[in-house]
Design a protein around this ligand. Structure first.
Ligand code: PLP
Length: 397
């Protein structure tokens, strides 16, 4: 991050904050203990450090420390929630409701469950990216055990109506799980206030290290349990075995404490920069538009389509210096248009003309200005060479 390259792909991963790294370092060598070692100071130190981190994380989302289960990241947390609930509540039912625009960690896990006796309903979204609450109500059946709806979409930043969804689940007596990876540490998040019973998130999307995440599991009204997906020692209240990643957890805790204290000012700053970027591009680039709701959206994300411009080609005009993404990092290896954008009713061509800009803690105004210029120049270059753009300009398409 110290060179001149510009990083605007914070939704894929964030750099680890140097303050976070400082808190982690002693736990590699000076304090090497296993947090489960009960009979010497090395173990106690590690356990104390994990306890402090757990307190910071629980405090950030306003839950009890015992409700935090450490995992290796949000993918594992998504798997633990979905498979764990499916197995634990199997006698109650086999039906799960989710949304077509979820992250692959949820969608692929649902596909797995379908192969193993589960029945899944995939709710559609409207052109803003939002689910229909009536459709959700109608989808809930006698044998529905779980509603799984992400809080903010990773590609568009669109925020689902969590409070209303929570109320519906409460009324129908169904568990509510949310992949909240893109919101925790960035906007105020309090699952208990919204009737969310399980919630997945990860350190590396909030300036902590990669390879450590958490699943919040409600312990009171209702007391929820998930079947462990890895056997071996019964750590984390029997829900996730394995030696705790002490340095990673310490970093996760430090990241949570920093996020909490800086969130308010940072949200305002990022919103200002995002709006500057978005307004400049929409104004100066013809036939460009924002994908997803502009009201119900994270403050640091902008997903923009540039008509008749192939986004992979556009990226190539500047990606040596500026990192943005087409689709999400997890699916950008594939050439298919984004399932999130097509799920919103955006046709394939326009979906393939879209770029996600995601800003973060180390983004500067100067970087935004450089990016605006680079994108405008890139679009111009590609359109100058494009016969389709010419047809469009002549009013023929
Ligand atoms: C990044 C991301 C994940 C995966 O998190 P990992 O910690 O990398 O496994 C899951 N869900 C969403 C919404 C994400 O943005």
């Amino acid at each position: 991050m110290t060179n001149k390259r510009i990083y605007l792909d914070y939704n894929a991963t964030t750099p680890c904050d140097p303050r976070v790294i400082d808190t982690m370092l002693p736990f590699f060598y000076e304090h090497p203990g296993n947090a489960a070692s009960r009979n010497h100071p090395f173990g106690w130190e590690a356990e104390d450090a994990v306890t402090t981190a757990r307190e910071h994380i629980a405090d950030l989302i306003n839950v009890e420390t015992k409700e935090i289960i450490f995992t290796s990241g949000a993918t594992e947390s998504d798997n633990l929630a979905l498979r764990g609930v499916f197995e634990m509540y199997r006698r109650k039912g086999k039906h799960i409701i989710t949304v077509a625009t979820e992250h692959k960690a949820v969608l692929d896990t649902c596909k797995y469950l379908e192969k193993h006796g589960g029945e899944i309903t995939y709710l559609e979204v409207d052109k803003e990216g939002l689910i229909n609450l009536e459709a959700l109500k109608n989808a809930i059946r006698e044998d529905t055990i779980l509603v799984s709806i992400m809080w903010a979409n990773n590609e568009t930043g669109v925020l689902q109506p969590m409070k209303e969804i929570g109320e519906i689940c409460q009324e129908k007596g169904v568990l509510f799980f949310s992949d909240a990876t893109q919101v925790v540490g960035k906007i105020p998040v309090a699952p208990k206030d919204l009737g969310i019973h399980l919630m997945a998130f990860t350190a590396h999307k909030m300036y902590g290290p990669k390879g450590v995440g958490a699943l919040y599991v409600s312990r009171k009204s209702p007391r929820v349990k998930v079947t462990e997906q890895m056997s071996g020692g019964g750590h984390e209240n029997g829900m996730r075995s394995g030696t705790l990643n002490v340095p990673g957890i310490v970093g996760f805790g430090a990241a949570a404490a920093i996020a909490k204290s800086e969130m308010e000012a940072e949200t305002l700053r990022l919103k200002g920069l995002r709006n500057k970027l978005e307004e400049a591009l929409l104004k100066q680039v013809e036939a460009s538009s924002v994908n997803g709701s502009k009201e119900d959206r994270m403050p640091h994300v902008s997903n923009i389509s540039f008509q008749y411009v192939d986004s992979e080609g556009l990226l190539m005009t500047f990606n040596q210096n500026i990192a943005v993404s087409t689709g999400s990092a997890c699916t950008s290896a594939s050439l298919d248009p984004s399932h999130v954008l097509t799920g919103m009713g955006i046709e394939d061509g326009l979906a393939k003309s879209s770029i996600r800009f995601s800003l973060g803690r180390f983004t500067t105004e100067e970087e935004i200005e450089t990016t605006i210029k680079a994108v405008i120049t890139g679009v111009q270059q590609l359109r100058d060479l494009s016969p389709v753009w010419e047809l469009h300009k002549d009013g023929l398409i």
